[in-house]
Design a protein around this ligand. Structure first.
Ligand SMILES: Cc1cc2nc3c(=O)[nH]c(=O)nc-3n(C[C@H](O)[C@H](O)[C@H](O)COP(=O)(O)OP(=O)(O)OC[C@H]3O[C@@H](n4cnc5c(N)ncnc54)[C@H](O)[C@@H]3O)c2cc1C
Length: 378
């Protein structure tokens, strides 16, 4: 498809939207990016960039290395630090970055690419070839819905989607440098992970048995419960200045029966929000953008490219989302008998199979890094 001059509106300016806008602008499209927030949100804890997401960022000319920490030897452990699972080989390389740092890098790339980025501008509705915002109407050839789990693009364009709570809630926070264990512990209270960032520590925990303390916004009970279940968490919780420093999220899953409808394509959480347990939500959004670009390069027509994008992405992302949900359910077990069965039987078996990390990447990272998004038409 020759995208020169194609009028594209991307709704949502976070990881999925910014990367899709960059891919399309590099192919020559005339891209308008709508982001309802007035700027990229400066808060947001950490994010694990896996080999697939790293490859796409590399292809987009974005260098995350100075802003991120390489994780090597990260393991899943029990509360006493005994290894339950130690990923190795292909698919196990990860870099940890502050979410705000990644947003800044993407924002700078969007500005360099000359994309018409409109912050504080919200999609109100869609009407065939027109995008309606509070301040006016845009005529478009292609709309990209990158507006997250509660996507208005998805709702307005009539996508058939199931949105459900998976039952888990997570807290996430940043702490001073040097407190990370660089491990995810599966404990009697839920899971607890802590990882190095270049200038701090990123930690997260599923709420499990400490849900009550969270609901009551009771930091002392939260600290006590976690310290009992996982003593290594103590310094991280002690470093929390207040309850408000915690980011709290219910885990939501979005399952769509298609990612494309007419001239509208969904990317990222709008199409496939998933359990965080494989660390593939944001990485999958980056892969969406790259595959969309690749299919546009291969196909003769825009519709052909969009259908190929749907056919290539949906089965792979849905398989990853199912695995992430199953892993989450395993990680968050609090029943002692089931936990013991998991630790003695299930984990050794899955470690022996050993292909999980590679399958989670969905596309070969080497191929992603070489995609045509490198060869800018501009
Ligand atoms: C606890 C937790 C940990 C996670 N850890 C990881 C991890 O380590 N690795 C990983 O890969 N993923 C992780 N994820 C998942 C990841 O955060 C998401 O998958 C990713 O951020 C989705 O990006 P997105 O751009 O699709 O959507 P979002 O980040 O939701 O962005 C949507 C954007 O659209 C804007 N918007 C919404 N509505 C409108 C509108 N009507 N008009 C204009 N703009 C609009 C919003 O303001 C927002 O900027 C985690 C998620 C959770 C909850």
């Amino acid at each position: 498809v020759n995208l020169q001059g194609l009028r594209v509106v991307v709704v949502g300016g976070a990881i999925g939207g910014a990367s899709a806008a960059l891919v399309l602008a590099r192919a020559g499209a005339q891209v308008t990016l709508l982001e309802r927030e007035s700027a990229a949100r400066p808060v947001g804890a950490g994010i694990a960039l896996a080999e697939n997401g790293l490859a796409v960022l590399h292809a987009l000319g974005i260098d995350v290395v100075p802003e991120s920490s390489e994780l090597s030897g990260a393991r899943v452990v029990d509360a006493r630090g005994r290894t339950l699972f130690a990923p190795s080989g292909e698919g196990s390389r990860v870099r940890m970055i502050r979410r705000s740092a990644l947003y800044t890098l993407l924002g700078e790339a969007v500005a360099r690419a000359g994309i018409d980025a409109r912050f504080g501008e919200e999609l109100s509705s869609l009407d065939g070839g027109r995008v309606i915002t509070r301040s006016g109407t845009l005529e478009v050839d292609l709309v990209i819905g990158a507006d997250g789990v509660h996507s208005r693009v998805r709702a307005t364009a009539g996508f058939d989607a199931r949105v459900r709570k998976l039952g888990a809630s997570y807290v996430r926070a940043l702490a001073p440098r040097g407190l990370a264990r660089n491990e995810e512990a599966w404990t009697s209270a839920g899971l607890f992970g802590s990882f190095d960032l270049p200038d701090g520590t990123y930690w997260y925990a599923s709420c499990g048995t400490v849900k009550r303390a969270l609901e009551q916004r009771d930091l002392a009970s939260l600290r006590a419960a976690w310290t009992r279940a996982y003593p290594a968490s103590e310094p991280l919780l002690a470093a929390l200045p207040s309850f408000d420093a915690l980011l709290i999220h219910d885990v939501l899953e979005v399952e769509c029966s298609r990612y494309v409808r007419g001239n509208v394509a969904l990317v990222g959480d709008a199409a496939h929000a998933m359990a965080p347990n494989l660390g593939q939500g944001a990485n999958s959004a980056l892969v969406d953008a790259a595959v969309l670009g690749d299919e546009l390069r291969r196909a003769d027509t825009l519709q052909g490219a969009l259908q190929a994008y749907d056919a290539r992405r949906r089965p792979r992302v849905q398989a990853v989302a199912r695995t992430a949900a199953r892993l989450g359910a395993l990680a968050e077990l609090t029943n002692p008998v089931l936990r013991s069965l998991r630790d003695r039987v299930v984990m050794p078996l899955s470690a022996r199979r050993g292909d999980g990390a590679r399958l989670a990447l969905q596309e070969d990272p080497r191929a992603l890094a070489q995609l045509a998004i490198c060869s800018s038409a501009r």
